[in-house]
Design a protein around this ligand. Structure first.
Ligand code: NAD
Length: 380
């Protein structure tokens, strides 16, 4: 029996409610797939501040360091203690810290519009005839967000009349830097993801204007030679943004540098209709010792304080995040597919949490717990 140690950080708001359902589903796949999970549940976010005085308590960090993967809920409660400095607030002090601490360089955001949920997509049905099933793979540690120099400085303009006409302006500089090494490692993640899907990779760049884009295109093309079974195409970022609205079905994996991926992953996410349907994975390197790729898995949405504690939250994003953990960290592809198939079955049966129910589906509305139960039942 294969054993995996998982740090479980449910967090705030709807975090604990949806996490309960995620763990229920993981427990249900254990015996069927010969897996044994060791769950270590520890506080994070405001729950961490309440329990141990900080958003990422030492014990929580230690559990994460000893784990094979982190299953994360959500953190942040906008109404609580506005005097707490930004750097100590849960979003920065826990989530961003964990991403940096574990060098999670690849962000994966699958966006799928499930059959039966066409009403929740903002596009006309004629635009996505063959469905929407896209994986945005985003580089997380390089590019414009981290390049140096990054500064705001004063500069002075003096007009011809002299010091009377002296005006002071500010100039802000960000620098876009990406290295061969960074492109290579994210490209491998993209091609490997495509191999597990429909074997098409669309690499996004701005090679017609940016030096970064020229290097990106060259390196991705070279890495692509190692994956002859994956069809590679290059697309300019502005065109990718437009095509996502015009014909999203053409995309399988979209491979993007940091800023392009930030923007396109949100644009693509809007196509799935609800944040409650969107899982995500942030991956680090694969351990040479265990063969396990460390990762942090979480719903794309936040703590949804407006619906917290009311059994209204959609747990599917958390459950699908658990499936991603099985696929990308543990290479338990069959168990991951079984969870995804169970979610699809329950949606096809017509069961809906409030966020994905159309007006005519009121009678099929169920709560967070019932949705988890239905998915476990659908696992068989
Ligand atoms: P949010 O994602 O929490 O909520 C936005 C809207 O989506 C709300 O109407 C909410 O009810 C709905 N929603 C989100 N998840 C849902 C689900 N599973 N089921 C049904 N509906 C769902 O964004 P927000 O309101 O801007 O932020 C609330 C808090 O969450 C803030 O403190 C923010 O900083 C934090 N946040 C945390 C994360 C994270 O932990 N990764 C991500 C985003 C926001």
């Amino acid at each position: 029996m294969k054993k995996y140690r998982v740090a479980v950080l449910a967090g705030d708001g709807i975090g604990p409610e949806v996490m309960r359902e995620g763990l229920k589903v993981l427990r249900a796949v254990q015996s069927r797939f010969g897996i044994n999970f060791e769950f270590h549940e520890v506080p994070v976010g405001w729950a961490g501040i309440d329990a141990a005085g900080k958003a990422l308590p030492d014990k929580t960090l230690k559990e994460c360091e000893e784990a094979d993967a982190i299953l994360f809920g959500s953190v942040g409660l906008p109404g609580r203690d506005p005097t707490l400095p930004k750097n100590e607030r849960p979003e920065r002090a826990s989530l961003l810290y964990l991403r940096k601490h574990f060098e999670l360089f690849a962000n994966l955001r699958p966006v799928r519009l499930y059959p039966g949920l066409n009403h929740s997509c903002p596009l006309k049905e004629s635009r996505f005839g063959s469905g929407i099933d896209i994986m945005v793979v985003r580089e997380l540690t390089g590019g414009l967000y981290f390049g140096q120099p990054k500064k705001t400085e004063e500069y002075v303009v003096v007009d011809e009349e002299g010091s009377e006409g002296r005006r002071v302006f500010l100039r802000a500089t960000d620098t876009m830097v990406i290295t061969t090494e960074e492109i290579e490692r994210i490209a491998h993640v993209g091609f490997e993801a495509a191999r597990l899907r429909r074997k098409k990779l669309s690499s996004v760049d701005k090679a017609n204007v940016l030096e970064n884009g020229v290097l990106w295109r060259d390196v991705v093309t070279t890495v692509g030679k190692e994956y002859p079974d994956v069809q590679l195409e290059h697309v300019f970022v502005d065109n990718a943004a437009m095509q996502l609205m015009l014909n999203p079905s053409q995309y399988d994996v979209l491979l993007c540098e940091n800023m392009f991926g930030d923007i396109l992953s949100d644009e693509a996410a809007a196509l799935a209709g609800s944040l409650g349907m969107l899982p995500s994975a942030s991956l680090g390197e694969t351990s040479e010792l265990s063969g396990i790729r460390f990762g942090l898995y979480e719903p794309a949405g936040g703590s949804a304080p407006d619906i917290a504690g009311k059994n209204l939250a959609n747990p599917i994003a958390q459950i699908l995040s658990a499936a991603l953990m099985l696929r990308y960290s543990f290479k338990e592809e069959a168990a991951a597919c079984a969870i995804e198939a169970a979610v699809e079955k329950v949606i096809a049966q017509g069961w809906r949490t409030g966020d994905i129910a159309s007006a005519s589906e009121e009678g099929n509305r169920i709560g967070t717990t019932q949705m988890g139960d239905m998915i476990v039942a659908a696992l068989g």
